[in-house]
Design a protein around this ligand. Structure first.
Ligand SMILES: C[S@@+](CC[C@H](N)C(=O)[O-])C[C@H]1O[C@@H](n2cnc3c(N)ncnc32)[C@H](O)[C@@H]1O
Length: 375
């Protein structure tokens, strides 16, 4: 680890400790600062995050395969609109936007307006550099009204969650305190919103969570979905992420929650290890996501594993040129498809959820029931 990186982490840690003072802060506030504190948070500061030289690999970083399948799936809907827009949330390195625009152009969709909304100024600068050859607009908020697609790959898992533990039937908040120079877990009575959210989960899964059970909940999800869905007049919201339906998410055996941190391709569960140099995320409760999309006036059209979604598309047509590629390119493409689809890789853990504004046309490739019974 180089000295600059360690100094950066120490500066962020000091900032967080000064906010905590002698008390404690909720985990969602800690996660907010650790990931997004201006100039210091993991997503707001300079280091390379995505791909082989970063901390983790996301589907768009595996090459053009993922974007090409999405372009094929989106094409009928985009063709049906007079002025189609794609609003991508959390663009990462810009890889998905670049490949998606290339694939859409190849399908004759040259009139798509592409908007990128990312809260990280540092990533936005990198995206602008990579996407210079394309006509992409960088925005701070969704436009007032538009028709098309809201797209997010691994964005919901990056939203700050609240942590709790069940103590003899009561809900205790797992907050963050200071021990000497180190950040540590500090339990405190749960605020009413967290207590109520846990009670709603128990009501929904029709059982109480056992004593000692730890997990997390994304309290800001309904407001986030409302904000991104409200301006959509015709079209769909497409969110891809790792997670489960609620009964599976909060099953008794998953009693340590789903928080997961990444540093240099190693996954671990200590969110206080070198703040600012680690990604921190939580699995997505897809039942909560479906409820939030429904509350925003959208109708669920698809919920399936990533492999189920990809297999629903016409892969031989999308990759028709496979047999004409040279060995190196064919191996790269088939390797990427395998990683996207195999159960031990991204195929089963990742899910695709799609919800559309009623009366949207061109949804045939975006409608599949797959795993809806698990919501
Ligand atoms: C795990 S990365 C995924 C990046 C990219 N979609 C990919 O698949 O490679 C999460 C991204 O979401 C962005 N982000 C997090 N919260 C956001 C928010 N509220 N609005 C917009 N972007 C956000 C981060 O800055 C980062 O670019």
């Amino acid at each position: 680890m180089d000295a600059d990186a360690l100094a950066h982490s120490a500066a962020l840690s000091a900032l967080i400790r000064s906010e905590i003072g002698a008390g404690s802060i909720g985990f969602e506030r800690f996660m907010e600062l650790a990931l997004y504190a201006p100039g210091l948070g993991y997503y707001s500061a300079g280091a390379r995050k995505f791909g082989a030289v970063g901390d983790f690999v996301t589907a768009p970083e595996l090459g053009p395969a993922f974007a090409r399948v999405l372009a094929h799936a989106f094409a009928p809907l985009l063709h049906a609109l007079a002025e189609p827009t794609i609003l991508e949330l959390g663009g990462g390195s810009g890889a998905l936007a670049a490949e998606l625009l290339r694939a859409l152009h190849a399908q004759g969709l040259k009139n798509v307006r592409y908007l990128l909304l990312d809260r990280s100024a540092d990533l936005r600068a990198r995206q602008a550099e990579r996407l210079a050859p394309f006509d992409v607009q960088f925005v701070d908020a969704p436009p007032a009204a538009f028709d098309g697609i809201v797209l997010g790959n691994e964005i919901i898992d990056a939203l700050p969650v609240s942590c709790f533990r069940i103590d003899s039937g009561d809900v205790v908040e797992r907050a963050v305190g200071v021990d000497g120079d180190a950040l540590c877990w500090r339990e405190r009575p749960a605020p009413e919103a967290l207590r109520e959210a846990v009670r709603r989960i128990e009501h929904s899964i029709e059982r109480s969570l056992p004593h000692g059970y730890r997990s997390e909940v994304l309290l800001s999800l309904p407001a986030f979905i409302r904000t991104i869905a409200a301006p959509l007049r015709h079209g769909a919201v497409v969110l891809i992420d790792y997670g489960y339906g609620r009964a599976e998410y909060y099953r008794p055996e998953r009693n340590q929650g789903t928080l997961i941190c990444h540093h240099r391709h190693r996954a671990h569960d200590d969110p206080f290890f070198l703040p600012g140099l680690n990604d921190i995320s939580a699995f997505v409760d897809f039942t909560a996501l479906a409820e939030a999309l429904h509350a925003a006036g959208l109708e669920l059209t698809a919920y399936d594993t990533q492999s189920g979604f990809l297999l629903h598309q016409d892969l031989p047509a999308i990759f028709a040129e496979l047999s004409q590629l040279d060995d190196r390119h064919r191996l790269a493409l088939t390797g990427a498809l395998k990683r996207l689809m195999l159960p031990g890789e991204m195929g089963e853990r990742f899910k695709v959820m799609i919800a559309a504004r009623p009366e949207t046309r061109g949804l045939e490739r975006l409608a599949l029931s797959g795993q809806r019974h698990l919501l």
